[in-house]
Design a protein around this ligand. Structure first.
Ligand SMILES: [Zn+2]
Length: 223
């Protein structure tokens, strides 16, 4: 009995394999067999447009979002938006570092404390993205977590050295260095032109600019 069952199962497996192989479009063999039946133009395009590679990192009405080219003493962008607006992952990748506590004090003003609640994201594109001064962090914003572009990472706030300011997301671009290198992580290239493109729904990638910066500077070991 057992042997007989095995033969039946084997036959079913063979049937399953041949069924898969004969699915339209699932194998090159079908194209060869079907060349007399369907012209290529008759095959509907199965290739959807690629998903956006970068996403504007704050979700709020455009009229309520403000940012400019200028930033104080190093390149970055402060994106002002209503407190509590969603902060979004600007690209697909993996969360590198997260600060879950607001330990900044104006008296000490330690560099590693200035971001308050913050995250850095090692983009699948090789760019490190950084967002800080958040009011809250989403549950999935943990070191090592894989994220998709547009995933909610938390909410806009004024933690860290932004305590006395209007709510904003400090946004930085840098090469993937660290961990702990707040002097590079906070930003080395102006994000403004990229943010403008992403906000308009067009793609503009900082990959080449960040790679160029790293080729010139490497990963600085101190501020
Ligand atoms: Zn800033």
């Amino acid at each position: 009995m057992r042997r007989g069952t095995g033969v039946v199962a084997g036959a079913l497996a063979l049937l399953a394999v041949s069924a898969c192989a004969s699915l339209p479009g699932s194998s090159p063999e079908f194209d060869e067999v079907g060349e007399h039946v369907a012209a290529p133009a008759a095959t509907p395009s199965a290739t959807p447009p690629p998903p956006p590679r970068n996403v504007f990192p704050v979700r709020a009405a455009a009229a309520q979002v403000h940012y400019g080219r200028a930033h104080h003493d190093y390149p970055a962008t402060d994106v002002f938006a209503p407190c509590g607006s969603a902060v979004l992952a600007p690209a697909a990748g993996r969360i590198a570092e997260v600060s879950t506590a607001d330990t900044w004090s104006s008296a000490r003003n330690e560099g590693e404390d200035r971001g308050g609640l913050s995250w850095s994201l090692a983009g699948a594109d090789g760019v490190r993205y950084y967002g800080s001064h958040l009011a809250t962090l989403a549950a999935g914003t943990r070191p090592g977590a894989a994220v998709t572009a547009g995933q909610v990472l938390g909410t806009v706030g004024r933690t860290g050295s932004a305590r006395g300011t209007d709510c904003h997301l400090h946004f930085g671009l840098s090469p993937i260095c660290g961990p702990g290198d707040w002097w590079t992580r906070r930003g080395v290239l102006a994000p403004y032109p990229y943010l403008r493109a992403w906000q308009r729904g067009t793609q503009r990638s900082p990959v080449a600019a960040v790679a160029g910066w790293k080729a010139r500077h490497g990963c600085p070991k101190a501020p």
